[in-house]
Design a binder for this molecule. Sequence first.
Ligand code: ANZ
Length: 820
Amino acid sequence: QASYDVHAVEEKWLPVWERLDPFRADDKAVTSGERGKRYALTMFPYPSGDLHMGHAEVFALHDVIARYWRFRGYEVLNPMGWDSFGLPAENAAIRNDTHPATYTYANIETQAESMKRYGLAFDWSRRLHTSDPEYYKWTQWLFLKLREQGLAYRKNSPVNWCPQDQTVLANEQVLADGTCERCGAVVTKKELTQWYFRTTEYAQEYLDRLDDLQDNWIGKVVNAQRNWIGRSEGAHVDFAVAGHDPIRVFTTRPDTLFGATFMVVAADAKLAAQLVTDEQRPAYEAYLEDVRKASDIDRLATDRPKTGVFLGVHAVNPVNGESIPVWAADYVLADYGTGAIMAVPGQDQRDWDFAEVHDLPIVRTVEPPADFEGKAFTGAGPAINSANDEISLDGLDVDEAKRTIIDWLEAKGLGTGTVNYRLRDWLLSRQRYWGAPIPIIHCPVDGEVPVPEDQLPVELPELRGADLKPKGTSPLGGATEWVDVTCPACGGPAKRDTDTMDTFVDSSWYFFRFLSPNDDTQAFDPALAEAWGPVDLYIGGDEHAVLHLLYARFFTKALRDMGLITWDEPFSAYLSQGKVINNGRKMSKSLGNGVSLGEQLQEYGVDAVRLTLVFASPPEDNIDWADVSPAGSLKFLQRAWRLAGDVTSAPGVDPADGDVALRKVTHKTVHEAEQLLESYRFNVVVARTMELVNATRKAIDSGCGPADPAVREATEVVAMLLSLIAPYTAEEMWERLGHEPTVAHATWPTVDPELLVEDSVTAVVQIQGKVRGRLEVSPDISEADLEAAALADPDVVRAIDGREVRRVIVRAPKLVNIVV
Ligand code: ANZ
C-alpha cells in the first residue's frame, strides 16, 4: 500500500458531508429532553481577509470538543457566523477604495469556503452575519429594551477620543499605554454627548459570580476581569466650601482624614470650572488647555511633574475645622470616584510630590517605623495626630481607624462608608458608518424618541460613493434624506441619531441569536434559550478577556432582569487558546515570519495542519511553528490510514474473540482519551492515538495478524479518535473498514472495565507456611475467587494430598495460606 492523495480525499468527502449534514442541531431532541445538550461556541471572526493560522488553531481545538460531545450522545449546538460590522472592515474598505459592504461580504464568502474545506463540525443552517438587517434589527430592539430598563442612557462627559479613527472609544478600547487598540494612535479626551450602557449596574454581581466560574474559566481571564472591575472599599466624605455645595470626595483611606491638608479637583471636571474664582479663572483656563492633551495613563503616572492651579477657594476639613485650599490638577481624573480628592501628603506619594512643588503643608497621620527614610508612608502603622474634641484615632491600626472614623462621619452626616468600582459604563456610540444605527429620533418637542418597534430595523443607508473617511462626526449626518424624519410622537420634523453602535454590541448577544437565527418575530426564542443555554464551553483569545466577555455578561444579566431567560452567566466554561508564533516571535509583516495558512494547507492538507496544531501543546500554550512538523503529522496519518486497508475481518465481527493484549491497549486508550478530552488535554489524546496505531501495526505484522477482530476494534477506535482532529483521514479509514459514511455517525466504544485491569499479579499459595504454588491472577480478584483458584490448582491439590483442609487465610490478590 502506498499513501493517499490528501487533496483528492478532501474533494471527495466535502460534498458527502454537505449532503449528510451530520452536525445540524435538533432543537426538539433537546426541548423534549430526549438527549442532553451541549452548546459549543468559538468566537466568530471579523471578516478581514482570509482565515489565518490563529483561526486554524482555535477552530481545530474547538472542533475536537464539539465532535467528542456528539459522540458521547449529546445533542450539540455548534454554530458559526461573522462579526461583520465594525472599524476593521470600514478602515480596510476605505484603504481599498470599496464600500464596506462589498469588502465585508466578499471576505465572508472567502472565509466560509475556507472553513468548509477545513472540515469543521458547524451547523451551517444557523449561519448569521451581524451586518445583515435581519440581525441588527434585533440589536436595535435590544438597545431599546435596555433603554426602557434604564440600562441605556445618554450623557455629556469627557470621553476617549481617537484622533486617527476620529471616533470615541470605550475605556476598554484604550490600551494600557494610552493608545487606541485598533490603530495605535494616542487617545485624547473630548467633551461629547454620547450613549452609554449601564454596565456598572452589575459590578458586584460580576465579581461575585467570578468566584463560581473561576474553576472552569481557564487562562488569565478571571483576574483580568477582577482588575478591570476594580473594587475599592472606602468612604465618601463631604468638605464644606463657603458659597458652594460641599465637595464630596472618594477615599480609600478615611483614617487619614486628619492629614488632609488640601483638596484637588480634576482640572477637566465641571466642578473645577464652577469653583474657580474670577481672579484665578485665566490661569485655570490656560492650564485646562494643556490637560486636555494628555492621556489618562500619563496623567496618573507617579513620575509625572505635579502641575496644577489654585482655584482661589478654601474648604473645611470636617474633622479639625481647618481651612484647606482647593486646587485643580491633572493627576485627579474627572470620571473616577467623584472627580475630587482630599490630598493627604503624609500617606500618599503623589500628594506629597504635589505639596512639595506647591509649598503645601504635610502632616503625618500614620506613624512610620523608626528606620523609615521615605517621604509619604503608605504602609500600616498606628494612627497619630488624629484627634479632636469628640474622637481620637491615635494608636489605632489602619483598619480600626477606618471603621472608627466612618462611624463618626456617618453619625455626624459628614460622610458614608462606600464601595467604588473602577469599571465605567460602556460608551457605545461611534461616529462611524459601518455599524447598526442607533434607533432613536431626536425631536425638538419630544426630545429622545425611540423608533417604534414595527419600524425596525433602521436600515443603514447605502451611501455608495460617499466619503466615509473619519471626520469626527458620523458620515450618516450627511445623508439628509435618511436623517430627516417625522417624530413618531408628535409628527413634527425631527432627526435620526446619526451615530452607530460599537461592534461589541453586536457580538454581546450573538450566542442568543444562534438559537433561532431565522426567527423574524423575536430576537431569540426564550424556550430555546432555556433548553440550550448557557454556553457549555466558549473558546477564544485572551485579547477578549475583558471587553467582549464582560459585555456578554452584561447583556445576559440584563436579559435575565427583563425576564427573558432564567440563567445569568453566558459561559459556563471558557478556554483561551495560546497563539501560533514563529521562531519565538509573534508573526508579523515587519519581521517577515508570517506563516500562510493557505500554503500550509496546500502543502500538507487540512488534516495534517489540524493535527499539528492540536498535537503541538496543551491548548492554552503558544505554538511555535518553527518547532512542529506538519510533514511528520502527515506521515502519521498515512500510517493510520494503512491500518484500515490491512484489516481483513468483516465489519460487525465480535471483538470479544480477539487478541486480549491488543484489546487491552484499545480499551485503555479509549478510557484515557475520555478523561483527557474532558480536561482539554487534546495533545495527549494524539499521543495515545499514536501509541494505539503502533500497537495495532505490531499486532498485524508480528502478532495476531490482520484477521483478528481485535485489530478491527483497534483500527475503528483509531478512526473515531482521529475524526475529532483529522476528519478526512478518519472518513477514508471508516470507508476502508467497510462502513457507510460518515464516521461522525459511529457509535463511541463502551469501555470494558475488565480490559482495563492491569496485567496479572502473582499470588503465592502456602501450605503449613511453605510455598507450594503460584497463580497468575487479576489484581482485583475477590477473596472467594482466589481461595477457589488456589484449592483447584494441580500443584496445590498434589501437596494437600488428600488431607483435610482446616483453615484458609486469604490476602487477595497476593497470598493464600492453607492449614491442613
Ligand atoms: C485620600 C488618600 C490617602 C488616598 C492615602 C489614598 C491614600 P483606588 O484604590 O484606585 O480606588 N482618588 C480618588 N478619586 C480619584 C480620582 N478621580 N483621580 C485620581 N485619584 C483619585 O484609589 C482610591 C484613592 O485614589 C482615593 O483614596 C484617592 O486618594 C484617590 F493615604 O484619598 B485617597
